[in-house]
Design a protein around this ligand. Structure first.
Ligand code: PG9
Length: 614
């Protein structure tokens, strides 16, 4: 029985074979290093085509005669419309020469020295060479990519080549200290395999040897990481020669090592048109797309810069999935195909083929409301109409816009030997792509998770924009992580209508709308960690990533607060140590954590609420 997926892939591969020819080149960069580049030309040479390029660490292959990529570009629509598609192994990966550098730093102030290279210069040199050596092109170049290739798209923007006219960074990594491997200083242990995959130059261990090395023979991620104990024991799996693991261990703070790898500070004087794409439930790169879009908007008000955020987990929009689901939540059918055809195809064909009546007709921000299951168009993101509204934690476990009048706190014992699971479905060998819309009832019922919730909403309430947590806390020890979740509590008699998957009972479902962690030692600064003073009331303020979600009438808004989230993130010993990657078993201690909700020490979650939904 041919699966639908393999049928589509076979269809695409046949189309590629019948309509494209492949050539491969080793393109010299300004420092002489050659980057392996695979070019797919339409056989119909009667017109000139734009070039649509992807630069990737994940393999520009297949290489060699006769083997064709089974799909070209970001969608079948563009493949069938006819482009010159280019795939390039970035420096140091696969068939390209040179040394690989994870999120290679962008050279800020160029001196023109040919040895000064970065991803921007490699992209510039590649485009120069392609325009000079390829035929049948119309002189216009686009770039796209999802996740890491999304970073390489964004990294092409500083000092961009003048012929690079349209770039779509999709789920782009913006900064490895806030995307993928860390969130606000907590290390994402669940990136178990990924930490390895970038840990070696291309002459590293074979895939088989590497998989054998990191695969401990169990898929129970919670138990495995509990048994492994402190992070330092991961050396036995990652290996001393895994340079990325060594870099992670040696740079626990947001120091110059991470800062110089962020693309965010370099998004100035951006000339290409940009369409940033992301998923509201993207467990890997959510900071990246939102921050890249906002930074370009702030620094380049006259540049065409747009944002698309859909009900997707990492990369869902790149393939037709039929029913678009994340965890138990169902958001509609063929949302990816709609986006590919109506949005992405329009963007690229406008800027690269001159189609459209002088404009793309697309909005500044095309945003999917995850509570209403509908797309809405905005002229700004966050919307100018949204109003910051503080929801205060109340003494009785309530949550309201009234300032607290009590004089108490809520407390819980946080035990690193019994950490709160991040989901009820924890496997080892995959990045947690679905947890972000999981039901959070299991957590709400644990004694080491605090919950605060509004009364039943009498009207719809739409949150559109950023979220800021401002907590007043104390701990009996000297370090702590703080996790805040924003949860949509469904009514107990919620009907299983079209918005949910068949067979899933959604009554009283606690949908996680947004969640984020901060490693408390970084509350003042991500560069300079500070211990807590035991039992001293302390401010812990941090941003959660944006949302666009309507909490419907009859639902409740719930805030959950906890200090472990395992094994999504590593455990905080809760006794302050210099570097948690080097902590010993005896450093892990239980702690009593307190969250205050008094008139003098109010804790609150600030949401951007659309006024007509109040
Ligand atoms: N941003 C994702 C990732 C980066 C590095 C390691 C593992 C994953 C991605 O490129 O999918």
């Amino acid at each position: 029985m041919v699966s639908a997926f393999s049928f589509v892939q076979a269809q695409n591969e046949n189309y590629v074979k019948e309509n494209y020819v492949k050539t491969e080149y080793d393109i010299p960069m300004r420092d002489g290093v050659k980057l392996h580049t695979v070019v797919y030309y339409p056989k119909d040479q009667s017109v000139d085509y734009p070039i649509l390029m992807q630069r990737t660490p994940y393999n520009a292959g297949p290489y060699g005669e006769g083997s064709m990529r089974n799909a070209l570009g970001p969608s079948p629509f563009l493949m069938k419309d006819g482009y010159i598609f280019v795939y390039q192994d970035v420096r140091g990966r696969w068939m390209s020469e040179g040394l690989y550098d994870n999120m290679r730093p962008t050279v800020g102030n160029r001196t023109g020295d040919p040895t000064e290279i970065d991803e921007s210069t490699d992209t510039y040199d590649t485009i120069d060479w392609l325009l000079e050596n390829l035929e049948n092109h119309n002189g216009k170049v686009g770039q796209w990519g999802i996740s890491y290739p999304g970073f390489y798209s964004a990294a092409a923007l500083p000092y961009a080549h003048p012929n690079l006219v349209a770039v779509s960074p999709q789920a782009p990594i913006g900064d490895f200290y806030f995307d993928d491997f860390h969130h606000n200083g907590a290390y994402f242990l669940s990136y178990w395999l990924a930490t390895s995959v970038f840990g070696y130059q291309k002459d590293g261990p074979t895939d088989e040897a590497w998989y054998e090395m990191v695969n401990p023979g169990t898929n129970d991620g919670y138990q495995f990481f509990m048994d492994m104990g402190p992070l330092k024991n991961a050396d036995a799996y990652y290996g001393e020669d895994n340079f990325f693991w060594q870099q992670l261990k040696s740079n626990p703070d947001y120091n110059e090592f991470w800062q110089k790898r962020s693309i965010i500070p370099h998004l100035k004087a951006v000339s290409p048109a940009v369409m940033v794409v992301g998923g509201w439930f993207d467990a890997e790169d959510l900071y990246g797309p939102l921050t890249i879009y906002k930074t370009i908007e702030k620094n380049n008000p006259d540049t065409y810069n747009s944002l698309v955020m859909g009900p997707w987990s990492h990369g869902d929009w790149s393939r037709e999935r039929g029913a678009q689901t994340v965890s138990n939540m169902y958001f509609g059918d063929s949302i990816s195909t709609w986006y590919q055809k109506e949005v992405e195809f329009t963007f690229f064909n406008h800027f690269l083929k001159g189609e459209g009546d002088g404009s793309t007709g697309l909005p500044e921000a095309y945003m999917f409301n995850t509570g209403q299951n509908q797309w809405d168009k905005f002229g700004n993101w966050p919307p100018k109409e949204s109003e910051w509204t503080s929801f205060y934690l109340q003494e009785d476990g309530g949550l309201s816009t009234d300032e607290p009048s009590g004089n108490r706190f809520s407390e819980f014992e946080s035990d690193p030997k019994n950490p709160v699971p991040y989901s009820q479905d924890i496997k080892l060998n995959f990045t947690p792509r679905k947890y972000m819309a999981d039901d959070q009832r299991f957590a709400a019922r644990r004694p080491d998770v605090l919950t605060f919730e509004t009364s039943v909403l009498e009207n719809d309430l739409t949150v559109a924009g950023e979220i800021m947590a401002q907590l007043k806390v104390a701990t009996s020890q000297t370090d702590a992580d703080w996790i805040v979740k924003v949860v949509d509590v469904f009514p107990g008699d919620y009907p299983n209508h079209e918005y949910v998957l068949d067979g899933v009972d959604m009554g009283n479902y606690h949908l996680m709308v947004r969640s984020e962690v901060i490693r408390g030692r970084y509350r003042e600064s991500f560069e300079s960690p500070q211990p807590f003073i035991p039992d001293q009331i302390t401010d812990v303020d941090f941003q959660l990533q944006d949302v666009y979600h309507t909490f419907k009438k009859g639902h409740k808004i719930q805030i959950q607060i906890q200090s472990t989230w395992f094994p999504l993130i590593d455990r905080n010993p809760q006794k302050y140590v210099g570097n948690i990657f080097e902590a010993d078993e005896e450093d892990f201690v239980r702690a009593i954590h307190k969250v205050f909700h008094t008139e003098t020490y109010p804790s609150k979650i600030n949401l951007m609420v659309l006024p007509d939904s109040n």
